[in-house]
Design a protein around this ligand. Sequence first.
Ligand code: KG4
Ligand code: ZN
Length: 375
Amino acid sequence: MSIRILGIESSCDETAAAVVIDGREILSSVVASQIDIHGKYGGVVPELASREHLRRIVPVVREALEQANLSLRDVDAIAVTQGPGLVGSLLVGITFGKTLAESLGKPLVPVNHLEGHVHAVFLEAHKSAIAPALPAVCLIVSGGHTVLYEIQFKDGQSVDAGSLWSYRKIGQTRDDAAGEAYDKVSKLLGLGYPGGPILDRLAAAAGNVPAPVKFAATKMRGNTYDFSFSGLKTAVLYHLRENPDYLPEIQARESAIARGERQFDQLLPLCGAKTLGLVREFQNAVVRDLVERTLRAAEGIGVPTVLVSGGVAANRQLRASFEERALSAGLKVYFPSPALSTDNAAMIAAAAYPRFANKIFADISLNASASLPIE
Ligand code: KG4
Ligand code: ZN
């Protein structure tokens, strides 16, 4: 019998709902982004985020059911993100999910947002000839997290979509997440929020313009599978301070963003060669660091499979670099499609399936957890 799970995600600035069959087949996936609201503040404003989740959650869930051609009664379980994330935002999804589950008499499945990102890699796997296998090293790289896990099947669990996994953390950022570095550098350059998508495209447009600055690789003491991105962000800040000729351009872009002109085609003409070179060098440094440490971890642990997920995994240079380097290292690397790399609810419904199969349910006392550890 097929199990249909309605997933709800509201941990940050995306209100999302999706229906997924047996943890693998997406019937619908609806994501309402709040970028227009937070964009002008240069980052997510928690109070505005929870208010917007409240406004959007009912229409988003309704649309997910309509696209799946199902009614609430047809759903076998409700899955909600329990954490980590912004508590006020999480609570909207959790309260809504609890109410639905209670009133329909359906099980409520609590899901860790990070485990959702890992499952996003497997979601489309049934369509591909070579599906990823465990054990694997997984890099979750987003606006809130940059963390490396070794993932195995839990004792007694086997290779199927309903099996539970165990996670061993092998490295993490000691300061900013990679996506946070993108967002902060974007703000410094007057390019708005979120920074990743626009810097990704500007770096690609930079071509061979001369590099105005070079960023050294970050050296880590202690655990060399850890990451650090605040030094790079500070290096960009100092470079901008030492070169006041960037300022008129930055101000022109800030004015464009304030007018709502934040598309790539609108911002590219406001970026001189020096800015494009700086963006390319910043991205080179982030990508080099993420790829090197992740592949070194996989080789060090002796695991042939690498999974990369989270918002920054949508980055085209990161994907290309991982693929090229993994090939020469004899490793296999897998990503979700770009749309499933960033926050969505299909990944929450997918991660809920093994929990449903193993009857891991929550009751009405379920609460949000800002820093929920992955189990
Ligand atoms: O996974 P996500 O949607 O939300 C969190 O759980 O944080 O990730 C959002 C982050 C933001 O920091 C955004 O700037 C970054 O992912 N991002 C990217 C790209 N698309 C989104 N970073 C680099 N390149 C991209 N193409
Ligand atoms: Zn996320």
